[in-house]
Design a protein around this ligand. Structure first.
Ligand code: NAD
Length: 340
């Protein structure tokens, strides 16, 4: 365990169990050097405890990097609740988790993530104020979409010399909360849309409402386009898919798009400009963090503009030092997180 913590430079790890509710929870705090560690709470079935621990540690580190590059005064953390085979009283389980979070005196702030809902956050909120994305705070997805849209403009400017999206061909994989809202912004900006989703109803809606062209799910990644926007699952850019890409740039919302760090170098070698996912998809984090701090919508909008500025800075450094944007983003984040 300590080896894993050391490898990720994790600050602390907190574990709690509650017999009455069946809670078995892990809170990984990667860093509080820039501020309290904010990061979502996952409620999933893991094959074993080690897998849950690894997930919490890896994701906590990612949150530190994301917050630092978004210019937020926050550290990074993540929590994981191991989903029991049967949940008798879900509300009681999340209330117990709220008490656990509260025992950390604000060093960790939780949020909604895979397997949790804003209703779960409401249960947590009964026992601690260190929780975001409650039903009252609202859905962060529209803000993530706005950030991706701005980042996509910055990517177009760096790759094609103009941020004018009129006539630009954009292929979107996944028309969920973020992907569909992004498609709406792109349509309004005059982009030509190619879309896929495993849910045929969402594709149909985009075709009818936005004039998008439907593409079969398995063909989307190799569709000839200017910008590819992965907005579905993570890990979509692996050796086999990268070899088939026919785009000039990649700018989308999905988390962990690169199957491994070498894929960032591979994209660079192929002349495909890649917007590091945790930089371009930080809009939701910005929204939940600033809402939690009681900031107004004007301040949130101003902070969202950091995304395109940061990407422009990363692309310039990548070009100057002949490194991939993914490597540049990681180095920059490490410098910011561990600066004395
Ligand atoms: P969502 O679940 O609402 O949407 C995902 C969509 O992708 C669904 O419509 C699903 O049917 C589709 N999909 C899944 N596999 C697909 C495939 N193989 N081909 C085509 N479509 C596929 O999720 P979301 O909230 O829109 O988030 C999208 C991505 O962005 C996720 O990776 C998420 O982790 C990431 N992200 C989201 C936010 C946010 O604020 N929601 C913030 C940061 C990152």
């Amino acid at each position: 365990m300590f080896k894993q913590m050391e490898a990720a430079r994790l600050e602390s790890l907190h574990i709690a169990q509650d017999e009455k509710t069946g809670l078995r929870g892990i809170i990984a705090i990667h860093s509080t050097r820039r501020g309290p560690a904010l990061g979502g709470c996952r409620f999933l079935s893991y094959p074993n405890e080690q897998a849950a621990l690894q997930d919490a540690i890896r994701l906590a580190q990612g949150m530190s990097y994301k917050a630092a590059l978004a210019g937020l005064e926050l550290g990074g953390g993540k929590s994981v609740i191991l989903r029991p085979a049967h949940v008798d009283d879900r509300a009681a389980l999340f209330e117990a988790f709220g008490r656990f979070i509260d025992s950390l005196d604000g060093r960790y702030i939780t949020a909604m993530d895979s397997g949790t809902s804003s209703e779960d956050m409401d249960c947590i909120a009964q026992y601690t104020q260190h929780v975001t994305s409650t039903t009252r705070a609202g859905d962060p997805s529209p803000h993530t979409a706005l950030g991706v849209f701005a980042g996509l403009r910055a990517t177009a400017a760096a790759r094609f010399g103009s941020d004018d999206l009129d006539g630009l061909r954009v292929a979107i994989q996944g028309l969920g909360h973020v992907g569909y809202a992004l498609a709406e912004h792109l349509q309004a900006a005059g982009a030509e849309l190619f879309v896929s989703d495993i849910d045929a109803g969402k594709v149909q809606l985009a075709v009818e409402q936005l004039g998008a062209r439907a593409v079969a799910s398995e063909a989307l990644l190799s569709t000839p386009c200017d910008i590819l926007a992965p907005c579905g699952l993570g890990g979509v850019l692996d050796r086999s898919t990268v070899a088939k890409l026919r785009c000039g740039a990649i700018a989308g919302a999905a988390n962990n798009q690169l199957a491994n760090p070498e894929m960032g170098d591979e994209l660079d070698a192929r002349g495909i400009l890649y917007a590091p996912d945790y930089v371009i998809n930080a809009g939701g984090l910005i929204y939940v963090a600033l809402t939690h701090q009681g900031r107004n919508s004007g301040e949130i909008t101003a902070q969202l503009s950091h995304i395109s500025q940061r990407l422009t800075e990363i692309y310039a450094e990548a070009q100057a030092h002949k490194r991939s944007p993914a490597r540049v983003a990681d180095s920059l984040a490490e410098r910011l997180v561990f600066a004395d």
